[in-house]
Design a protein around this ligand. Structure first.
Ligand code: DP6
Length: 331
């Protein structure tokens, strides 16, 4: 992706749009929580649905950053995370001015549909442009990672791999692979009981399966990238479902346990298996929540959506764009 700075709006204000991504090989665990480095690499598809639009406006009169989220003033954890993120941006930019942040999600916040990925990807781009930091894809991916690990991948369009490394070398890169569609089945749009950040920490601290998760995921990423290179959709799909089941197994083995999958989630996985029995190349995955994502070839997406629709509301998604700066603040 080229430098985005030509798209900035008047000095001190910028608006960016980013889309969520769904991981085919999951990021679940950190090697360094301070600068947010992953224990293993991961692979995802940035979607063409559920964008987040964020405007950052510098304001010399403010004594602290403010955040408006989906039309209402935000407090607590969301505001704290945005303030910490902007502190980092200011430190890098050598500026002290605070900012007004206005963000709109079209994906339910906190429901396991990666709103933190689109949110911090959009914030990284808008804040970088507003504060005069570089807006090339590598810089934005590194910066977005500090807000939320999965956000590093939403900087890029379509398939993206986020590799392990250090603060400088850990960012997402584009991957060429087979055409992939995703049918998102929204089992529950409400916020989840245990945040992914907390469950990730608990998995590393208490799940006896966590070390096996780390070892197997490293091997899985190598296999997934090989499947992408070979354009082998079936291999990639099989890897995706296995990796998701392994992540949920590790999570369920925490003390105290965390169970993200609901009865309807399990029914959706069963239905996906039935569709495979009917000859459709479709595989399931789920992030840290009850929603299930069916991964299929684009030509099968509508048939898959129709087959799942009686269990949960469905949205058909394809490979979407990377983050972009747009002219003018949000309404
Ligand atoms: C299950 O990126 O939300 O969606 O870095 O702590 O903000 P933090 O975690 P986050 O975790 C996403 C976990 C996941 C898997 C994935 O997207 O790879």
């Amino acid at each position: 992706m080229s430098d985005l700075s030509t798209a900035t709006t008047p000095a001190g204000t910028a608006t960016a749009v980013a889309h969520p991504n769904i991981a085919l090989v999951k990021y679940w665990g950190k090697s360094d929580a301070t600068v947010n480095l992953p224990e293993t690499g991961s692979l995802s598809l940035t979607l063409d649905v559920f964008p987040t639009t964020t405007t950052v406006t510098l304001d010399d009169d403010l004594t602290a950053d403010t955040l408006e989220l989906d039309g209402a003033p935000a407090h607590g954890t969301p505001l704290d995370r945005v303030r910490r993120f902007l502190d980092l941006v200011r430190e890098r930019a050598g500026r002290s001015t605070h900012a007004r942040v206005v963000s709109r999600n079209t994906v339910p916040t906190g429901a396991g549909l990666a709103s933190s990925a689109s949110g911090f990807a959009a914030l990284a781009a808008a804040a970088s442009a507003a504060y005069g930091l570089p807006t090339d894809a590598v810089s934005l991916s590194r910066l977005a990672r500090r807000g939320s690990g999965s956000a590093s991948r939403s900087i890029l369009p379509g398939l993206a791999a986020w590799h392990e490394g250090d603060d400088t070398s850990s960012y997402a890169v584009p991957v060429t692979g087979p055409a992939v569609a995703m049918v998102v089945a929204t089992v529950d749009a409400g916020p989840k009981a245990v945040s992914s950040r907390e469950a990730m920490r608990r998995s590393a601290d208490t799940s006896p399966y966590y070390p096996a998760w780390v070892t197997s995921t490293r091997e899985t990423l190598v296999a997934a990238l090989a499947a992408c290179e070979a354009g082998d959709f079936t291999a990639l799909g099989r890897i995706t479902e296995t990796n998701a089941m392994r992540m949920h197994a590790a999570i369920q083995a925490c003390d105290p346990p965390v169970r993200y999958l609901a009865p309807t989630s399990v029914r959706l996985f069963d239905r996906i298996a039935e569709l495979r029995g009917d000859g459709i190349d479709v595989w399931g995955t789920a992030d840290a929540g009850p929603n299930v994502v069916a991964v299929c070839r684009p030509g099968d997406a509508q048939r898959v959506a129709d087959a799942l629709a009686d269990l949960a509301p469905v949205t058909v998604a394809h490979a979407g764009p990377g983050v972009r700066l747009v002219a003018g603040p949000t309404a």
